[in-house]
Design a protein around this ligand. Structure first.
Ligand code: 8YV
Length: 311
């Protein structure tokens, strides 16, 4: 048994136990799965010192401390398209391959974003709260009026796979869609000044961290909305709360700072609708992500180059 590589999976994957990729992995490796209930941080996991591969979640920090605790490690397969949780320089210095799971979650995340647009525009959060508190006292013509998406301008910040998929769906809804990204589109300031809805779809990195601060919010239109299904840290939450007292009508967020601990001011704000990071949470996307991560591990353990290598 000494030559069978060991693999640590940070959380159970959304795959059937008979899934072909999963069975193929179990054929070539001894696989340890950390339970959802486990309180042991991945960096302190007792198996880490022996593993050749790890499947991490986007929420697991992979830094030099983590890498030092895993001296046998050959691959980190990140079960996420984003890899802001991984110190790529540290991985490169150690010769550890890093892979992600792009493509398979594009549609799921774009659909969720369209849901957030409707939730913000048609005040789903306030409506649900009214019902749950038994505060609905009867229909009247001015009850909880919202905005229509058709004809409104959607400004997409970041125009990768997910931003482009959101643009196609929003266009089909009759929205006037513009985008801004380092690759093209309009200037960010112009997008902010002219959009009724601003939706963030860029990766979190040194350039985008805190990119939405008081200056950016001050540029946004009176009565506009912010949508974020990318990463919480792209938005300065204090500046967002201040903008909600001034020019912003509402916000719909799938991500926030310090997940899972949400700032109580955002949690209780009537014009803020928040979901627990559900962008890729569909059976289809999660199976696709799991298979990409598992296959990347199989390839590396078999001495072949994996797909979706980011370092
Ligand atoms: C993941 C995501 O659910 O892929 C990403 O970048 O944000 C989500 O799909 C999350 O990162 C947990 O792994």
């Amino acid at each position: 048994m000494c030559c069978v590589p060991e693999v640590l999976v940070s959380r159970p994957l959304a795959l059937e136990s008979g899934d072909a990729a999963w069975l193929a992995l179990k054929k070539i490796a001894r696989v340890h799965v950390r339970t959802v209930e486990s309180k042991v941080a991945l960096t302190r996991h007792p198996k880490l010192k022996n593993v050749a591969a790890v499947i991490t979640m986007g929420t697991d920090p992979v830094d030099s401390k983590f890498l030092a605790a895993a001296p046998q490690l050959a691959i980190v397969a990140n079960h996420a398209v984003g890899y802001n949780n991984i110190d790529l320089d540290a991985a490169r210095a150690r010769g550890v391959i890093v892979c992600n799971t792009p493509g398979v979650l594009t549609n799921a995340t774009a659909e969720l974003t369209i849901g957030l647009l409707f939730a913000a525009a048609r005040r789903f959060g306030e409506g649900v709260t009214m019902i749950r508190k038994s505060a609905y006292r009867g229909w009247h013509p001015c009850l909880m009026l919202g905005r229509e998406l058709a004809g409104a301008r959607l400004g997409i910040v970041g125009h990768g796979r997910i931003g482009a998929a959101v643009a196609a769906k929003a266009w089909a809804l009759g929205m006037d869609v513009v985008h801004s990204s380092p690759m093209g589109g309009i200037a960010l300031d112009d997008l902010l000044r002219t959009s009724d809805f601003v939706s963030i779809h860029c990766p979190l990195n040194a350039k985008t961290k805190g990119m939405f601060g008081s200056r950016e919010f001050a540029l946004m239109k009176q009565g506009s909305y912010l949508i974020n299904a990318a990463r919480g840290e792209i938005v300065d939450e204090r500046a967002l709360l201040a903008a909600l007292r001034k020019n912003l009508r509402g916000a719909a967020l799938d991500v926030f700072h310090n997940e899972p601990k949400l700032n109580p001011k955002l949690r209780t704000h009537p014009a803020v609708f928040v979901l627990p990071h559900l962008g890729s949470a569909t059976v289809e996307a999660r199976a696709g992500m799991a298979r990409l991560a598992v296959n990347a591990v199989i390839e590396v353990l078999s001495g072949r180059p994996p797909a979706n290598r980011v370092s």
